[in-house]
Design a protein around this ligand. Structure first.
Ligand code: ACO
Length: 334
């Protein structure tokens, strides 16, 4: 892609997790399931769940601080904070609270919701501000506490999700542009396949006027439909992003998909003819952490030395909306 404005470099990553681990065996005391079923159908062995004292703001802030430290910036040098989440502490938004929590005194901040695609959508959103020259230092956080909204009696969904936060620092650079290509998609026709929906009841307010009072209902999902959708659409969207980046599949160093199901990761890699050694996966430890899953896995891979500076990563998020997208990026500043 050719751009007039500044290029983008990813200079830091960070992550944070709640303390409590819940194993598959522990979950089988809550619903009728087994470690064998969960491991073989999903690849998940355990997940983290946030307790009452662990807010979304707290884990997201910690992830952001770790990313800012890696980028060797001070919090007051951050211009923009984007929080990708579907589970804010406050429906009015949690990003501003994070801004204060981390001391990013000069930053504007807002929440962005695109479920499990939130990190990739946020990456592209952040890039627009940098490319147009408006902001230089952006923190993008993906964080979710889906355990708050899981129906813990529904074995078809409760075994899948976990809580966590991940973050990256994106910076303007005049000499290189490491967001090499992207493609984003939505299709509301399949919206009913995955929901955390508001449900209200009409109550009279004044004569002839009713208000709809209620709350959000726990997650419902048609797992088979979402599975089919992911395996069909993710290879396609990655191929389009690669085309925009003028790269071939062979030039990718790492395939980093939203961590929803090991079988999805395997099937997508096979369709794209990417060897399994190039796929990044930490699903076994954390389950599906929604908007957090890509930056959490990215941070672990960077800190363990698996991902090296200059490596090209094909990232793809997919989920509720339905939404899906891919971004091809080079890690680090070279
Ligand atoms: N333990 C034991 N048995 C179970 C469990 C469980 N936890 N859950 C379902 N089963 C049973 C079902 O009842 C069914 O039994 P039946 O054949 O007697 O009816 C059987 O197992 C098979 O169920 P399926 O739903 O067909 O299982 P499948 O192999 O499709 O796996 C799964 C289900 C893991 C949910 C899979 O469909 C999947 O991963 N889908 C994609 C989910 C996803 O990617 N979501 C991403 C977006 S998340 C977001 O945006 C917030």
């Amino acid at each position: 892609m050719n751009y007039q404005g500044a290029g983008i470099v990813i200079t830091g990553s960070g992550s944070a997790l709640p303390q409590a681990r819940v194993s598959n065996d522990a979950l089988s005391q809550v619903v009728e399931t087994s470690n064998e079923w969960i491991q073989s159908r999903t690849g998940i062995a355990e997940r983290r769940v946030a307790g009452a004292e662990e807010s979304l703001c707290a884990i997201a802030s910690k992830a952001a601080q770790n990313a800012i430290a890696m980028a060797q910036l001070r919090p007051d040098q951050i211009d923009l904070i984007i929080l990708a989440t579907s589970t804010p502490d406050d429906l009015f938004g949690t990003a501003a609270k994070i801004q204060t929590e981390i001391g990013a005194t000069q930053a504007v901040s807002f929440d962005l919701t695109a479920a499990c695609s939130g990190f990739v959508f946020g990456l592209v959103t952040a890039a627009q501000y940098i490319r147009t020259g408006v902001y230089r230092n952006v923190v993008l956080i993906g964080a979710d506490i889906l355990s708050r909204w899981v129906d813990w009696r529904d074995r078809a969904t409760c075994v899948l999700f976990g809580d966590g936060a991940g973050a990256v620092v994106l910076q303007a650079d005049s000499t290189q542009d490491n967001l090499l290509g992207f493609e984003l998609c939505s299709d509301g026709k399949l919206n009913h396949c995955l929901n955390l929906a508001f449900q209200g009841e009409s109550k009279p307010l004044v004569e002839d006027t009713q208000v709809n009072l209620g709350t959000y209902q726990p997650i419902t999902m048609n797992g088979r439909e979402v599975y089919r959708f992911a395996v069909a659409k993710v290879p396609e969207v990655i191929s389009k992003a690669l085309f925009r980046a003028d790269l071939t599949v062979d030039e990718i160093d790492w395939l980093l998909l939203h961590q929803a199901n090991q079988r999805i990761i395997k099937a997508v890699a096979q369709r794209l003819k990417i060897p399994s050694e190039k796929t990044i996966s930490n699903l076994a430890k954390y389950g599906n952490t929604s908007a957090a899953s890509i930056p959490l896995a990215l941070d672990e891979a960077v800190r363990s030395g698996q991902i090296q500076p200059r490596d090209i990563i094909a990232m793809s998020g997919f989920g509720a909306g339905l939404t899906w997208g891919a971004a091809i990026a080079r890690w680090g500043k070279v």
